[in-house]
Design a protein around this ligand. Structure first.
Ligand SMILES: *Cc1c(COP(=O)(O)O)cnc(C)c1O
Length: 362
């Protein structure tokens, strides 16, 4: 049996919850979605959580709610899934990429400061692989320069920075519940904020800009989550801490077994963060050989991500011609190995054994 890089954890809880919604006759945004929002806000430790169709729409809406648009610059990481940067393009603003910290793969706060100018409106950070960014430094920079801080927490449900959950530190944060994430609704997302004003704007934007029935005060969208998805989300949220603990346990196993192996480096997480290992990412000196070896042994791996965003054809077309050393290196050396909660002890041993076998055979 193939060991896959991700696997959603779905049980009779989710199946029963969906069945109840389907039988209730209420399928669209309704009581289950409101309940999911309330529970999610409580879990993250924020005043407001607004459910939404997916994590990309969440980023789009967050930037719209902050009033970011044409002529504005948003400082962000080039080493992420493309959606975090595309959202900046959606609102007509310019993504300004700064390099990452090679130890954590997250945006380097020192590099952020260098790029701030009169046009800068926000810093959009991504807690990559489930590892929180340096939020203390980033919050200070944002406050010192009057910038909004946006957290893309799509990969970091339940992750903590100095004892505080990510998603509660920025002015706005976004989450994705895509099928491969630490918790899922199939497709889905959430926006969190402590600002009542922003939360009202967000609710307008995601519901056709409708203030009262058939009165549309701003250009809005239909970005609503359904009760069907929310009912799955409620069950997933109940399990999230347990599932994250299983990811952490798997990661620790790999750390112990692989840290002494030369040719690969295990992930670094400072003691004051709770890394929730959306991905377990090795730094591999010669990646492609190991990747195909594991693939042949039935172990699926992945590269998150094979190029910095500014190198994507779309961004080339837009005129980006930059070179950021650490992001480039990371894209050439990272390899994600399976860390999801459904891995058995046998699976974990097999992954470790096969990696050793690869290095012994060379
Ligand atoms: C998954 C992801 C998104 C997009 O979320 P969707 O729900 O797939 O739209 C955005 N940013 C990051 C970092 C992600 O991992």
């Amino acid at each position: 049996m193939k060991i896959t890089i991700s696997k959603p954890v779905i049980s009779v809880d989710e199946i029963n919850a969906v069945e109840q919604v389907l039988s209730s006759g209420y399928l669209a945004y309704g009581p289950r979605a409101r309940e999911f929002e309330k529970l999610f806000a409580e879990y993250i430790g924020v005043e407001h959580a607004i459910s939404i169709v997916n994590g990309t729409a969440a980023l789009h809406t967050a930037l719209l709610a902050l009033g970011i648009g044409e002529g504005d610059e948003v400082i962000t990481t080039p080493f992420s899934f493309v959606a975090s940067s595309n959202a900046i393009l959606y609102v007509g603003a310019k993504p300004v990429f700064v390099d990452i910290d090679p130890a954590t793969y997250n945006i380097d706060p020192d590099r952020v400061v260098e790029k701030i100018n009169d046009k800068t409106k926000a810093i959009l950070v991504v807690h990559l692989y489930g590892q929180p960014c340096e939020m203390k430094a980033l919050r200070e920079i944002a406050d010192d320069h009057g910038l909004f801080l946006v957290e893309d927490a799509s990969q970091a449900h339940g992750a903590e920075y100095r004892g505080v959950k990510v998603g509660s530190i920025g002015d706005i944060a976004t989450f994705s519940f895509y099928a491969t994430k630490n918790m899922t609704t199939g497709e889905g997302g959430m926006i969190t904020t402590n600002s009542e004003e922003l939360s009202k704007k967000i609710r307008l934007i995601i519901n056709h800009g409708q203030s009262t029935k058939y009165t549309h005060v701003v250009l809005g969208y239909n970005y609503r989550l359904t009760d069907i998805q929310a009912s799955i989300g409620i069950q997933q949220l109940k399990k999230l801490d347990r599932l994250n603990e299983m990811r952490i346990r798997n990661a620790k196993f790999y750390d112990k077994k692989l840290s002494k192996l030369s040719g690969v480096e295990t992930p670094f997480a400072p003691g004051y963060v709770k890394h929730v290992y959306h991905q377990y990412v090795l730094w591999v000196e010669e990646r492609d050989g190991l990747k195909s070896f594991l693939e042949n042994k039935g172990i699926q791996t992945a590269i998150h991500y094979p190029m910095p965003i500014y190198k994507q054809p779309l961004y080339r077309e837009l005129g980006y011609e930059i070179h950021l050393e650490n992001a480039e290196k990371a894209s050439n050396h990272v390899l994600s190995i399976p860390v999801h909660p459904l891995l058995t002890e046998e699976d974990l041993n097999k992954v470790v054994d096969m990696i050793y076998e690869y290095y012994e055979e060379r």
